[in-house]
Design a protein around this ligand. Structure first.
Ligand code: NAI
Ligand code: BGC
Length: 271
């Protein structure tokens, strides 16, 4: 595993959804490097989840792979029960699982619309609800953290940047933002912190066609003032901070980790 080891999250138990690929895998590594035990949730490609568990264990960390489709209530409940049976509780939830089903608006099928809403938005609802039940039952354990629990919702710059051809996806991420803020407002008095991360373009399988050819990469870079495509580790570092007591007074906020993508790059010369 790359990155620096720390004991920032020592003894805490984390669950990362969709953790066998891209950003989720980097987040799981980052949390483990900071001392947390990590559930690697997966819905497909079990072998990648097991590989990651082995990698974390080899570096001295603790992890387990758990199956679950985040959009299925029964799967989510079973997954949380397995985690709590094994490790006693949960301290950190990272709602990372997400998909795109792109289409021009007039051609977008109801199935494409529903699938994206089910995974990207309903999935965050179902997982956050199960985690919250446990945070409220257990309350604050001062030796572990100032908070009773931390939820980090993977959003996107498309919670604020409209995206033609991706209306279902942008609508789901706008929904994630208001979901995150409303839950944060409701739960803050119970010492539960809920925040979002809005990545810009991060090099993962979800956006392969945006970076895999030199032409595609050059055109993507025009949208990024910092002039590099993001690395999943950029997001992992932000998650570790938001999960730790270093960010104890932060709740209901979105942290943009986007190399300036939301800075209206066209206005550097235009306007
Ligand atoms: P990815 O495609 O590598 O990872 C997505 C993960 O979600 C995979 O492990 C996939 O199996 C899992 N998943 C899909 N449906 C699921 C379900 N029903 N239940 C459980 N897991 C499921 O893509 P990436 O980039 O790592 O995406 C992670 C998150 O980051 C997503 O929420 C995405 O919207 C968000 N994001 C990604 C950006 C990027 O540029 N890569 C930028 C902004 C946000
Ligand atoms: C999308 C990626 C895209 C990035 C920046 C993410 O939410 O999943 O496909 O590259 O936003 O536009």
């Amino acid at each position: 595993m790359s990155g620096k080891k720390s004991d920032l999250l020592a003894g805490q138990r984390a669950l990362v959804t969709g953790a066998n690929s891209g950003i989720g895998a980097a987040v799981a590594r980052g949390l483990a490097m900071a001392g947390a035990k990590v559930v690697i949730n997966y819905v497909v490609n079990e072998s990648d989840a097991i590989k990651l568990v082995n990698e974390i264990e080899k570096s001295g960390g603790d992890a387990m792979a758990l199956y679950g489709d985040v959009s299925h209530e029964g799967d989510v409940q079973a997954m949380f029960n397995q985690m709590i049976d094994a490790w006693g509780s949960i301290d950190i939830l990272v709602n990372n699982a997400g998909i795109q089903r792109d289409a021009p608006f007039v051609d977008m099928t109801l199935a494409q619309w529903n699938k994206v809403m089910d995974v990207n938005l309903t999935g965050q609802f179902l997982c956050t609800r199960e985690a919250t039940k446990e945070f409220v039952r257990r309350g604050v354990v001062t030796e572990l953290s100032c908070a009773a629990g931390k939820v980090i919702c993977m959003s996107s710059v498309h919670e604020v940047i409209p995206w033609a051809g991706h209306v279902n996806y942008a609508a789901s991420k706008g929904g994630v933002m208001m979901f995150m803020q409303s839950v944060a407002q409701e739960l803050a008095h119970q010492k539960i912190r809920v925040n979002g991360i809005a990545p810009g373009a991060i090099r993962t399988p979800i956006n392969r066609n945006a970076w895999e050819t030199p032409d595609a990469e050059a055109s993507l870079l025009k949208l990024i003032p910092y002039e590099r495509i993001g690395d999943p580790a950029d997001i992992a570092k932000a998650v570790v901070w938001l999960a730790s007591d270093e960010s104890d007074y932060v709740t209901g906020t979105t942290l943009f980790v986007d190399g300036g993508m939301t800075l209206y790059p066209g206005f550097r010369e235009g306007g």
